[in-house]
Unconditional design. Structure first.
Length: 647
């Protein structure tokens, strides 16, 4: 069946197009240029993407199988597929999926070209870690650096660097491990997620005739969230459409917030230089937020120099001004947020319509504890509650064991954390004796140690462990914070995280330092252990009727009636690492993302004093506060006892 045989459908007056605003209509119907749809927050980009695909199919411009639509998440791909099925019967044949899913599909067909079979397996992050640890063990290198090496390998692959790349520094340990790692997983007929893209790019480079087949196959290529593409994804797209013919990229340079995971905002900023016969359509009409909120967001982001430029607006009313609240310290800030949530709830706003957004996960602790004290239901999005995080539970388990040596659950959790060679066989022995003697694991392990039946290395490790616990228990002058510091230092917990040198390990360090701050409020372990049991065992709430607590990165794509943006201080937001790396513009984009999550109410707060890493700091307000337009904000005087607000 030829393309000419496809029945043309006149959609000019169809409901599919009649519901679009003029800019959306232009984005959907422009097919003869390399198109960049610059879509501001809340301007309906998903509707444009799905309608454009349906428009192409229903008007016969291409068969569904000639359309390639690429997303960044499986959730986004599912949402697009569901919308497409409501618009056109041809949706099932569209090549629609994530970058990795599309490349896996291509690679299955051509795996033989890189010396692999079609039934290759795709290994996950845990498998990657196991392979690197295996290589390090064989080379008599400390396995503690494995996590950092896996992260570096992933970043190299995001930058399009194979293990044979001449840009790699062959003299470094990490690069040598990369080469061995790549050979090892290839021998297993396996690939990791980075390989899915990298191998397809390699095949396209080596086999230009095959590349041309795919260029001919896809008449239209649509890419969602283009501002989040990394170098390898960019190379892949440029190969498939060197001139840009049939390309439509949708994205927002003002929401480019993922450079830390390899995204390059330059990809979207260079669009007009990269492709021929280009056109930019700006979607600026916002359907989410009221006027004052958009006024604050637009004014703030306008301070960025590296942007294509747009100004979001709305036909909705101005609504309430954005509140800026100064508090004396972090405790007062958490109280302000909790009590304001209570007031909004009294006025009829539901808990699930409110969110607290922060720059880093460690900041959640004070708010969580305040919410528990006030009886406010909440959940942490995109992560665990503070006291549910692995590193926090580890140190709390140490504190519990020191307070109560018969706490067998605490003992079992930390007897091999950090790794000290206590395996499942040893723990089974401890259990057997504990059950026989009707005693705790701690006492059973001590008895087995004293019996002298353990191998020398395990004997030494257990001896050091018990000596640490008993020496701390013998010192009555130690406060909980002092004990935690000793544990973190003496066990090597902190040093292991520092050696990993990853964003995840840095986040864990931040969380542990925040735990030290929390512990300063307690005079003794008994009080803390009781407190922690109340916090951890707070009533579980349904997923619907809760306040959302999350980092700004986790908030992208979400919306709420009321948003609390907390911790707007220099070094907190913008973050100290971004200041060090001179990456303030991405921090400002993160602030823009946070503000535009709010539909009706937005509250920004900062503390004059904050305890960070167990030290009180007098904070300078965030530079972003000085960039907020006076006509759209009001500074609030807050009177907690009277539950009233005054401007």
């Amino acid at each position: 069946m030829s393309m000419n045989a496809i029945k043309k459908v006149n959609l000019e007056n169809n409901d599919m197009l009649s519901s679009l605003n003029p800019e959306q209509y232009e984005a959907v119907t422009t097919l003869d240029k390399a198109l960049l749809v610059l879509s501001g927050a809340g301007t309906g980009k998903t509707n444009v993407l799905t309608t454009k695909i349906a428009y192409i199919i229903e008007n016969g411009y291409a068969f569904p199988s000639q359309i390639l639509a690429v997303t960044f998440s499986n959730r986004a791909a599912r949402e697009m597929k569901e919308r497409l099925l409501r618009l056109t019967t041809g949706a099932n044949n569209v090549w629609l999926g994530t970058f990795h899913a599309i490349c896996a599909r291509i690679l299955r067909h051509h795996a033989n070209l890189i010396g692999m079979s079609q039934n290759f397996t795709i290994i996950d992050a845990d498998d990657q870690l196991k392979v690197v640890r295996q290589i390090l063990k064989e080379s008599n290198i400390d396995k503690k650096i494995a996590t950092g090496i896996v992260a570096k390998i992933s970043r190299w692959k995001d930058k399009g660097m194979t293990s044979k790349d001449s840009r790699g520094n062959a003299t470094t340990l990490e690069w040598r491990i990369y080469k061995i790692y790549q050979e090892r997983i290839a021998s297993y007929n396996s690939v990791d997620f980075g390989d899915l893209l990298l191998y397809v790019v390699e095949i396209f480079e080596k086999y230009p005739d095959l590349l041309q087949e795919y260029r001919n196959k896809f008449k239209y290529i649509l890419v969602d969230e283009y501002q989040d593409t990394n170098t390898t994804q960019y190379m892949w797209l440029r190969m498939l459409s060197r001139t840009g013919q049939g390309v439509c990229c949708v994205g927002d340079d003002d929401q480019a917030i993922y450079s830390w995971r390899g995204a390059d905002v330059g990809n979207i900023l260079r669009f007009e230089k990269d492709f021929q016969n280009t056109k930019i359509v700006r979607l600026e009409r916002n359907y989410r937020s009221e006027g004052h909120i958009l006024g604050v967001a637009s004014s703030l982001i306008a301070h960025n120099e590296n942007r294509l430029g747009k100004a979001i607006w709305t036909e909705m009313d101005l609504g309430e001004k954005v509140i800026v609240q100064r508090t004396y310290n972090g405790f007062e800030e958490a109280r302000f947020v909790a009590e304001t949530i209570g007031l909004l709830r009294q006025k009829g706003m539901k808990y699930e319509e409110m969110a607290v957004l922060m720059r880093a996960g460690f900041q959640s602790r004070e708010f969580e504890e305040r919410f528990v004290a006030y009886g406010l239901p909440y959940r942490v999005i995109g992560g665990l509650k503070f006291y549910d995080r692995q590193e926090i539970k580890d140190i709390v388990a140490y504190l519990r064991l020191i307070y109560q040596p018969n706490d067998s659950l605490a003992f079992e959790r930390i007897i091999n954390i950090p790794k000290r060679g206590v395996g499942a066989a040893a723990i089974a022995k401890f259990y057997a004796l504990a059950n026989e003697k009707n005693t705790s694991l701690y006492c059973a392990a001590r008895q087995i140690l004293e019996s002298g039946t353990l191998r020398p290395s395990l004997n030494s490790a257990l001896h050091d462990f018990f000596e640490l616990i008993e020496s701390i228990r013998s010192r009555k002058d130690l406060r909980p914070a002092d004990i935690a510091k000793i544990i973190l230092d003496e066990t090597g917990y902190f040093s292991i995280l520092h050696q990993e040198q990853t964003l995840e390990s840095f986040g864990k360090i931040e969380n542990l330092k925040e735990l030290l701050v929390a512990l300063e409020d307690f005079e003794d372990l008994a009080t803390f252990v009781e407190h922690i049991s109340l916090v951890v065992d707070s009533p579980k709430n349904s997923l619907e009727e809760v306040v959302s607590v999350m980092t700004l990165h986790s908030a992208k794509g979400l919306e709420f009636n009321a948003v609390f943006l907390v911790g707007w201080e220099e070094g907190v937001f913008p973050h100290s690492l971004s200041l060090k790396e001179e990456n303030v513009e991405e921090e400002r984009r993160l602030a823009y993302v946070g503000i535009t999550r709010a539909k009706k109410r937005a509250f920004i707060s900062y503390a004059l004093n904050r305890k960070i890493y167990n030290q009180w700091q007098s904070n300078v307000p965030s530079r972003f506060l000085s960039e907020l337009p006076e006509e759209h904000i009001c500074y609030l005087k807050y009177f907690p006892k009277s539950n009233t607000f005054e401007q």
